[in-house]
Ligand binder design. Sequence first.
Ligand code: DX5
Ligand code: ZN
Length: 222
Amino acid sequence: MRELKIAPSILSADLSDIRGQVALVEEGGADYIHLDVMDGHFVPNITFGPVVVKAVKSVTRLVCDVHLMITDPDYYLEAFAAAGADICTVHAEVLDEPGATLDRIRALGMKAGLTINPDTPVSAVLPYLDRVDQVLIMSVFPGFSGQKFIPEVLKKVEAVASAAGDRTDVEIDGGINARTAGAAARAGANVLVAATAIFGSDDIPGACRMLRQTALEARRDG
Ligand code: DX5
Ligand code: ZN
């Protein structure tokens, strides 16, 4: 069974104290720091780029899991590799040749992720399973944290989790909290991204532990 990983997204963190926020999720046993890069073009929001990834990387030992919600990821891959991204996930919707982009991500020394929006079919990722380290199934339309989980995507999680080898992680992103983490884990997601449920909590380390516990229990109880 794939190892369960918790990936707090700093989209909802107090960015004026990123060092402190990262320390709190480390205390809570998080595995990744999820970094949501938005260009104001692929999605209707703008966040940050390689400069902020580099700053976060400098204050954590956790894996930096960079989610590129941008129209032209190919142009920026070197910059994110240089900034210290460990995993780089790109959207199938913007790529003419996903295989070539994924190969370039790996050649730059990063793990490669491919992701699909809630209305994109799994057929957009299945041909590339041998060229990715991670498939990300979006459970909200990307752009903002705090949106409601779309349960229909669980069928896609199941399809990818059963088609992919055990070394390919299945990540889910959007609306993950104590009520939805169990269903996501049961469907086969092993990397749980959460912004609001973690950084919106009064007890950030506790929220990380709670998500892990909920997912592990759901797996155990089937
Ligand atoms: C959505 C981003 C997510 C987002 C998740 O556009 O890709 O990573 O931050 O936020 P929550 O967990 O609040 O749905
Ligand atoms: Zn994300």
